[in-house]
Each structure stands twice: as C-alpha cells, then as structure tokens.
Write a protein that binds this ligand. Structure first.
Ligand code: 2P0
Length: 348
C-alpha cells in the first residue's frame, strides 16, 4: 500500500454518511465513448438537474464486513449492479484493499427505466464516499469520480444547468469533468415527465453507445456536429431564449435517437405512447404553446415548458393513452451531504 492509500484508509469514518443527488435531463445529449474502459465521453453535453428525481444514499464503511452490500429501493441487490458499485468504491479509494461498505439507497422515481437513476445514484455515492473517506475532492474532482460510475452522473454534482466537458486523451480523464453553467435559481422552468413504462430497458446506455459507435454510418457526423450544438445551447441559456433552448433540445434528442436507430441491429427506445406523445406536443405547439420534447435511453417522454404553460401541457400529456404518471420537475440542486436532516453544502 502506498503512503497516499494509507492516509486515505486511516482517515475514514465508520459512521454512516448520507448524501442526496438529483437526476438530470440532457438538453444536449451525451451518446458515445472515446474510451469504454475509462468511461470517457466522445462528446460534451449540457443538462438541467431536476428537483423531482432524487436519490438518497447512505454509505457506511465497516471493517467487520466481508464484502460490500447494496440495498436499493428496499431490496437486496447482488450481481452486476453491486459489482459496479464495488468497482466504483475501489476507484474512489484507489484500492480494493479497503473496508467494505454497506450501501442503502432509494430513488423517488422508477429505477432503470430511462429516468437517469445512474446519474443521481453515482453522484450521491461520489459525494458520500468523499465525506466518509475524507478525500477532500473539489467539485470538479467529484464530477470526474461520478463520471467513472456513469457518464451523466458528472453533471448531477451541480444544481441547475451543467456542462460536461469532453477531453481528447484516450488514457487520461483529467479534462473530462463537469462545470456549472447556471445554478438552480437562474431560470424557473418546468420539465414534465410522462412515465409510459416502468419496465427495465432491454439495452442499457453503455451497450447502446458501443453498438452505435461501431455500426452507425452517422456516428462521425454525430460527433463532429456536437460542438456547434453545445455552443448554441450555452448562448441560448445565457440569453434565456426559451424557444431556442427548446428547439436545440429537440434537435439533439432526435439526432441521438436517429443515430441509435441507425445502428445494427437498430436501437429503438420508444413505445407506442412515446410516439403518440411526440405528435401531441407538436400539435400543441402548432396551436401556440411553447413546449419541447426530449427522451433518453427509455420510453419516457420529457417535455420542457415554462411555468405558466405547465398545467395545459400536463393535461395534454395525460390525454395520451398509455401514460401511467406525470412527474413535474423544476431545476434542482446539486449533490450534497445530509446531516441531521439538513443539507450540508461544501464550497470547494
Ligand atoms: C445523457 N444518456 O446525456 C444521455 C442521453 C442517455 C441518453 O447519459 O455508460 O448511464 O454509464 O456513461 O450516463 C445515459 O447513459 O451512461 C446517458 P454510462 P449513462 O444523459
């Protein structure tokens, strides 16, 4: 064990540490990796953190444990999800020779159905392990750590609008961190989420990204056109130009899904209700209501609108057959430690 590792292990607390983090919606999507091994994105992305999609995670290192344990949404979980967490903790602490951990986590929304539970999950875990192991990571370092768990998690370190930067190295991830563009109080917007299925998706994002990069003839165009979308979105957010933010959000979403559909075999994350919802929202827009669609690696439809239109948009969304639930979200806060029912925000 080298001296740094010794110090890290010597500093840890066996007390439980609780963190909260919120999922985010990518307005400019991340899809594709330049290194699968290091989980390095092929493109940058811009997101909005959402207050209604919360993960609460309690982490407790315990020298008497023989292996890590995971209790997720009131169930013991083993296999791949637990292996992913063990690997994440080993990376965070920089050694597998560490006290094992008990992790109890719950989501305020369906897990694994394209609602970005891995984003809030790994952001919460990054903040919790930082506290429990006294790693003293800055926000940018926390985002690098969260990214090693899941690419989108890097953005959930921050509240409001965040941008994930994309480096160029294939063996170094120091340029692949997220930054905050604007905090959660900057712009009062609504994101309405129509849950059209709570089934686990058949093809996860990682597998989907790898397949697309390997087999889509459009992949190079996707990567090359991303910078212009990022630049335009940053400007539109700065000007609070809602129509522009909405138009760019839809464009990035359909470009990503078109890309996924063009892989071999094709990847289609939508169901019937997803498609029906697209037409419903576009129809609403032709009648003068500014509302814009986005979707991730699942059949749920997310609609961006302004607060004054949210009730009207919600009613239109509820009229679509197959919609099980509408979740209404506002811009949410960044990941933080919870102490005595209070959120402790560390400035770094
Ligand atoms: C995003 N998605 O930007 C894109 C849009 C889904 C569609 O990031 O492989 O779970 O763990 O880095 O973060 C979902 O993928 O992928 C995702 P990994 P992640 O939000």
């Amino acid at each position: 064990m080298n001296s740094k590792r010794k110090k890290i292990i010597a500093d840890f607390t066996q007390n439980p540490v609780t963190a909260q983090a919120y999922a985010n919606i990518a307005l400019i999507k991340y899809w594709g990796k330049r290194s699968v091994e290091l989980n390095l994105p092929a493109v940058g992305s811009i997101s909005l953190t959402l207050d209604a999609l919360k993960t609460t995670t309690t982490l407790q290192f315990d020298e008497s444990l023989e292996s890590d344990t995971l209790h997720l949404d009131h169930r013991n979980v083993a296999g791949k999800p637990l292996e992913r967490i063990t690997q994440f903790l080993d990376t965070a602490v920089q050694t597998g020779d560490r006290p094992k951990a008990k992790i109890v986590s719950s989501n305020s929304f369906p897990t694994g159905a394209g609602l970005a539970s891995s984003a809030s999950g790994f952001a919460a875990l990054a903040v919790a392990v930082n506290e429990a192991m006294n790693l003293h990571l800055t926000k940018e370092e926390l985002s690098i750590l969260a990214r090693q768990g899941s690419g989108s998690a890097a953005r959930s370190i921050y509240g409001g609008f965040a941008e994930m930067m994309c480096g160029t190295s294939l063996d170094d991830d120091q340029d692949d961190f997220a930054i905050q563009l604007e905090d959660e109080s900057y712009w009062d917007l609504r994101l309405l989420i129509a849950v059209t299925s709570t089934d686990k998706k058949e093809t996860g994002s990682t597998e989907g990204m790898v397949r697309t990069a390997k087999s889509s003839p459009f992949y190079t165009g996707w990567v090359e056109s991303q910078q212009a979308d990022l630049d335009e979105m940053r400007r539109a957010i700065k000007k609070k130009n809602f129509a522009k933010v909405g138009e760019l959000t839809e464009h990035s979403c359909f470009k990503m899904h078109g890309l996924a559909m063009s892989g071999r075999p094709p990847l289609l994350y939508w169901n019937g209700a997803t498609t029906e919802m697209i037409h419903t929202i576009w129809n609403l827009r032709t009648k003068g209501t500014a509302a814009y669609i986005t979707m991730d690696a699942g059949p749920q439809v997310k609609v961006l609108c302004q607060p004054g239109n949210s009730e009207l948009v919600k009613q239109a969304m509820l009229s679509v057959k197959g919609v099980k639930q509408i979740i209404e979200a506002k811009p949410g806060p960044g990941a933080a430690i919870v102490t005595d029912n209070q959120i402790k925000v560390k400035n770094s």
